[in-house]
Design a protein around this ligand. Structure first.
Ligand SMILES: NC(=O)c1ccc[n+]([C@@H]2O[C@H](COP(=O)([O-])OP(=O)(O)OC[C@H]3O[C@@H](n4cnc5c(N)ncnc54)[C@H](O)[C@@H]3O)[C@@H](O)[C@H]2O)c1
Length: 333
C-alpha cells in the first residue's frame, strides 16, 4: 500500500522518500514547489527520485493548504500511511511573511489530519520542531518539557500542529507521531540554513554572519539519521491502549526529539567547515536575531527506547559530506 509523503521536493521529504523507495515501498509525493528557496533545487531532488525509482514514485504538484487541490491530486490513490513533512520552514522568514505559515502550517496541517480521518490512515507521521522549546533553560530538552512559550510564529505553528494532531488522535483514534527535528543538515540541504550560507560564504571569500558573538549552540542532526528516524517511527505506530505515550498523550499520539544528543558550538562548526573547504573564515559579528534561541540540545531517550533511534553521524563526518555534495552540485572543483 502506498505512503503519501508531503513536502517530497524538500530537503527531509526527498531523503525520506528515497529511503522508503529503497525498501520497495510505493510512494505518492506532493509538493507545491514554492519559491521560498530556489525551486530548481526542489526539481533536482524530484528528478533524482524519478530517475532512480521510476513508476514506484509518483509525484503531483499540489498545495495541501487547498483542500480541493489536495483531493484532486490524490483522487486516484489508495494511501495507507502519511509522512507529512511539507511546511513553511524557517524561523526568520516567519517575521516577514507570517501568512505563508498560517496557510501551509495551520490550514495545511488541518487538511492533512482531515485527510487522515477521511481515508482511515493507519499512521500519520508529521514534522514538528525543536523550536517549540523556545527559551527553555533546562538542557537537554525533554519531550515532556513545557512548550507553551514559542519565540516565533514558526514555532507557534509547530506547537499548533502538535495540538491539532492530539485532538484528532483522541477524537478519531488515528495513530499519529510528531517528530521534533533538531537542525537537520547534509547533502541536498536547504539554502536558507546556516550550513549552506557558511559554506557558500567560505567558498566565495565572503564574510560569515557570526551571530551573538558566536555564543550559539545547536544540536545538529545528519539528514540520513533524521530520515532513518522518520522511517523507524512510521514502522512503529503508537498503540491505542490508553497508556501514556512519549510526550504525555494518553491517545495514540507520540512525540519524539530527533537530534544527535550533542550541543555543538557554532565556532566548532566553522572550524570543521574551514578544514573541509580549505578556506579561512572571515567573521562578521551580528547581534542575536529576533525569534532565535541561543542553544538547542535534544534528549533522545524516548526515541532510543521506542524507535531504536541511534544517530550515527557526528558533525566531524557529516559536515565534510555536506561540503563535498555542495561542491559537486555547484560544479566546483
Ligand atoms: N531542516 C530542519 O532543520 C528542520 C528542523 C525542524 C523542523 N523541520 C521541519 O521538517 C519539515 C521538512 O523541512 P525541510 O528542511 O525539508 O524543509 P523544506 O522547505 O526543504 O521542505 C518543505 C517542502 O514543503 C513544500 N511545501 C510548503 N508548503 C506547501 C504546501 N502548502 N503545499 C505543498 N507543499 C508545500 C515546500 O515546497 C518544500 O519543498 C518541515 O515541516 C520543517 O518545518 C525541519
Amino acid at each position: 500500500m502506498t505512503v503519501l509523503v508531503t513536502g517530497v521536493a524538500g530537503f527531509i521529504g526527498s531523503a525520506v522518500a528515497r529511503l522508503l523507495l529503497t525498501r520497495d515501498e510505493e510512494i505518492v509525493g506532493l509538493d507545491n514547489l514554492n519559491d521560498y528557496y530556489d525551486p530548481s533545487l526542489k526539481r533536482a531532488r524530484i528528478e533524482r527520485l524519478t530517475t532512480e525509482f521510476g513508476q514506484r514514485f509518483r509525484f503531483a504538484v499540489a498545495d495541501f493548504a487547498d483542500p480541493a487541490a489536495l483531493g484532486e491530486a490524490l483522487a486516484a490513490c489508495e494511501i495507507e500511511r502519511i509522512v507529512h513533512l511539507g511546511a513553511q520552514a524557517g524561523v526568520r522568514y516567519s517575521l516577514s511573511n507570517p501568512a505563508a505559515y498560517v496557510q501551509s502550517n495551520l490550514v495545511g496541517h488541518s487538511n492533512i489530519v482531515e485527510l487522515a480521518r477521511a481515508r482511515d490512515i493507519k499512521h500519520l507521521v508529521y514534522a514538528s520542531s525543536s523550536s517549540v522549546y523556545g527559551n527553555n533553560s533546562q538542557l537537554p530538552f525533554r519531550v515532556e518539557d513545557r512548550t507553551d512559550h514559542p519565540l516565533s510564529l514558526y514555532a507557534a505553528t509547530k506547537k499548533c500542529n502538535e495540538l491539532i494532531s492530539e485532538s484528532y488522535a483522541n477524537l478519531y483514534r488515528i495513530p499519529t507521531t510528531g517528530l521534533r527535528f533538531f537542525t537537520v543538515y547534509g547533502p541536498w540541504g536547504r539554502p536558507d540554513m546556516a550550513m549552506w550560507i557558511f559554506t557558500e560564504a567560505l567558498l566565495s571569500g565572503k564574510p560569515i554572519p557570526f551571530f551573538n558573538g558566536g555564543r550559539m549552540r545547536r544540536d545538529f542532526t545528519f539528514v540520513d539519521d533524521a530520515a532513518g528516524a522518520v522511517v523507524s517511527s512510521l514502522d512503529s505506530p503508537p498503540a491505542d491502549d490508553r497508556s501514556v505515550k512519549a510526550g504525555g498523550s494518553v491517545g495514540p499520539h507520540a512525540l519524539y526529539n530527533i537530534g544527535n544528543n550533542r550541543s555543538e558550538a557554532l565556532g566548532r562548526v566553522i572550524e570543521i567547515l574551514e578544514e573541509a573547504t580549505g578556506k579561512r573564515a572571515l567573521l562578521e559579528p551580528r547581534p542575536m536575531q529576533a525569534g532565535d534561541v541561543p542553544e538547542t540540545f535534544a534528549d533522545i531517550g524516548a526515541a532510543e527506547r521506542d524507535l531504536g533511534f541511534r544517530p550515527a553521524t557526528s558533525i566531524e563526518v557529516g559536515i565534510p559530506r555536506f561540503v563535498d555534495w555542495y561542491r559537486d552540485y555547484h560544479g566546483l572543483a
